[in-house]
Design a protein around this ligand. Structure first.
Ligand code: NAD
Length: 434
């Protein structure tokens, strides 16, 4: 199959590379000349484990290429995937469809024969029909169908998620489009990964419902964690005991500083707006958004308490600022709420993150970036463990404590325990929900 992938961000690039690894001929398109230059030089503009090697393999096999020229990529393609961003629209919380609709028009103009226009971006219900209208308006002679193919990969594990998905969701309305999609995903279907065919609206809805449900699960356990702190229960035991119930499952039950990232915050907000537009308020999702904001603020209170009520003049070492480990993505990371509050309170903040500095430098003004957790902790009053990178999971706690002015730790990912921290010389150790 010949595939054009529009957008080479976290989703577009991973999808394009993986489709080429299935054996398809893939041309990836982006509007950003810097990205295309880097890709053509064999460099991956984002940090995603395993991506550079898989990209190099398929480029050298002649199945994968990169261009700024959308029309050239679309001409002759069997399927054109839209994988551009759908950020929160400024001011109202709706998904901003500017990039999707601009891509739809451009694709419409560039079509030379029948193709399926596939929306991979996360888009509100009804968008695929708008994509069809936009492409048809741009080129009334164009022959195409639309398909909705939402993506469920997780950054940091994106290749494995794409190659071994729990399911592939395909919303289609014509047999011809279904056949094209089946041919594209045949390598997964043959390995018995399920492909779920639905209508367009259901496919669009599945993505928002799934993300809102996961955000709810995280927020639920974070709220239970707050209660655990008051009643003397340990959230790790509570999560374990709950998660063994097959109806609940043990994933997404880890208490922490609140969800962030490029999807949950914007997708919960967009679902809430879709509900309001249709006079069916998404009350649970609306509450989840509110509670998640409160959880992040509660983490700031916890840090202030550990600093004896005032951040002013304190030196704080922050370990990890990306929204989760194994990515360089800083979008809506909890650190973007927590770290500025520390700086604003007069603390001197040192930050260490294995991949976050490139994105984080502009987003976290007033902090000092250092190379190692021990360097960050030197003379510090408090260490805050904010992102559970592997590098921070096996710290030499005694060495860390010895470097500090006052050995205190806020372990917002529940990596360590009170016993081991105390044994290592920490005066104070605070976690979440314990
Ligand atoms: P991103 O911001 O990393 O990448 C989007 C890319 O599209 C950018 O490189 C941009 O330059 C390019 N672009 C925009 N308009 C273009 C155009 N007209 N032609 C060519 N290129 C264009 O975004 P992302 O994180 O990859 O997310 C893309 C979509 O996938 C979003 O809707 C998101 O919600 C969804 N999604 C993301 C994830 C994730 O983990 N990041 C997971 C599942 C779904």
């Amino acid at each position: 199959m010949k595939i054009a992938m529009i957008g080479t961000g976290y989703v577009g690039l991973v999808s394009g590379v993986c489709f080429s690894d299935f054996g398809h001929e893939v041309v990836c398109v982006d509007k950003d000349p810097g990205k295309i230059d880097r890709l053509n030089a064999g460099q991956v503009p984002i940090f995603e484990p395993g991506l550079e090697a898989l990209m190099a393999k398929n480029v050298s096999a002649g199945r994968l290429s990169f261009t700024l020229d959308l029309a050239e990529a679309v001409a002759g393609a069997d399927a054109v995937f839209i994988a551009v961003g759908t950020p929160t629209r400024r001011g109202d919380g709706h998904a901003d469809l500017t990039y999707v609709m601009a891509a739809a028009e451009e694709i419409g103009r560039a079509l030379t024969g029948y193709a399926v226009i596939v929306t991979k971006s996360t888009v509100p219900v009804g968008t695929n029909r708008k994509v069809a209208e936009a492409a048809a308006a741009a080129n009334p002679d164009a022959k195409f169908d639309v398909a909705s193919n939402p993506e469920f990969l997780r950054e940091g594990a994106a290749i494995d998620d794409f190659m071994r998905p729990d399911r592939v969701v395909v919303g289609v309305e014509s047999q011809r489009a279904r056949k094209v999609m089946a041919d594209i995903y045949r390598p997964l279907f043959l390995r018995e990964f399920p492909v779920v065919y639905t209508g367009l609206e259901s496919a669009e809805m599945i993505k928002y419902a799934a993300n809102a449900f996961l955000a709810t699960k995280i927020t639920f356990i974070n709220e239970i964690a707050a209660l655990c702190e008051k009643v003397g229960a340990d959230i790790k035991d509570v999560s374990k005991g709950m998660g063994m119930d097959g109806r609940i499952g043990n994933k997404f039950l880890h208490a922490g500083p609140g969800y962030g990232g490029s999807c949950f915050p914007k997708d919960t907000m967009a679902l809430a707006r879709i509900g309001q537009d249709h006079a069916v308020p998404m009350q649970i999702t609306e509450t989840v958004i509110k509670v998640n904001d409160e959880i992040k603020r509660r983490m700031i209170d916890k840090i202030v308490d550990l600093c004896d009520g005032s951040l002013n003049g304190k030196t704080i070492a922050v370990l990890g600022v990306t929204f989760k480990p194994n990515t360089d993505d800083m979008r809506d990371a909890p650190s973007l709420t927590i770290v500025p509050a520390l700086v604003g309170g007069g603390a001197k903040v040192r930050v260490v993150d294995p991949q976050g500095q490139r994105e984080g430098e502009a987003l976290l003004p007033g902090v000092k970036w250092v190379e190692s957790p021990y360097q960050a902790a030197h003379g510090a009053d408090l260490v805050v463990l904010l992102t559970e990178w592997n590098e921070f999971r096996a710290l030499d706690l005694s060495k860390l404590a010895k470097k500090m002015e006052t050995p205190r730790m806020a372990d917002l990912r529940n990596i360590y325990s009170l016993e081991e921290a105390t044994e290592a010389g920490f005066q104070t150790y605070a976690a979440v929900g314990r």
